[in-house]
Design a protein. Sequence first.
Length: 325
Amino acid sequence: MSLRNIGIVYRKELIDSLRDRRTLISMIVVPLLIMPLLTIGMGVLSIALVGVARKEVPQVMILGGEDSPHVVADLKLLKDLQIVPAKPDFADEISNKQIRAAVEIPRGFEANLAAGESSTVNIYMYEGELKSGFGADRLQRFFRELRDRSIREHLQARHLPDSLAHPFDILEKNVAPPEKVGGAILGGVVPYFLILLCLTGAMYPAMDLTAGEKERGTIETILCSPVSRTHLVLGKFLMVLTASIATATLAITSMAISFGAGKKMLLGATHGAAEAAMQITITGKAMASIFFVVLPLAVFFSAALLALSLLQRASRKRKATFLRS
């Protein structure tokens, strides 16, 4: 086997591929754009949607509460809720997003609260709908504060300390390093994008070096050259593998840079988003590990796509002939 002949074929195919616009787009432009769009673009879009949803004053219905005037009056005084008249079809209005939530105050709620008896307040919402969730959260916050205030009043009436209602705190602390936390967050999503980009990066060069040669009518000339078919196949395979590896490498680099930039943007946006962003850290060691994991996939995709493309004929010519007929 002549490494020189393989190198000559590889250099020739590499130069030709770098002149092809589709190859450059799939190998360079796509990986450099997809990751920033997925991280920064989706992050900015999510923050914008959450910000718009938080600014909205949700419309809420109060069901019942005729014998609990003080609770109803306190609900109506809330500035972050808009109380609308109650209707029997409240569930349909929530589902149709005409209102965001509804709260059902049970009969005798204030009397039970004063007597220290238990009651159940039902909050109706649209599960999974962002604005309905914010409306339900504000209702829950109101009734939690009302419950805590009632407990304190009962304890003070019996000259008991407030600590009886809150005897201890529960605090969770993360002991895993940021790299492992980031790996757990990204591990279920990023590999699929890298696999797709590896496949995309090898697809167009494989088609151009096989079916493209048939379309251009240059495959016969190449086969007549004083180079064995084994050397030709290996040279073309190395070119396709180079495109796939280059796509994966650019995608990994773009991913690391995008997460770093996205982290800075989230730090200036919301506190909760900043905490989530701080957990995502991609180090050089992690990038190298991802690369070596992707390498066998790139070899497999390059070989498979090159073999499949050899079976393909001049598809563009057949399509043109079909359109003319």
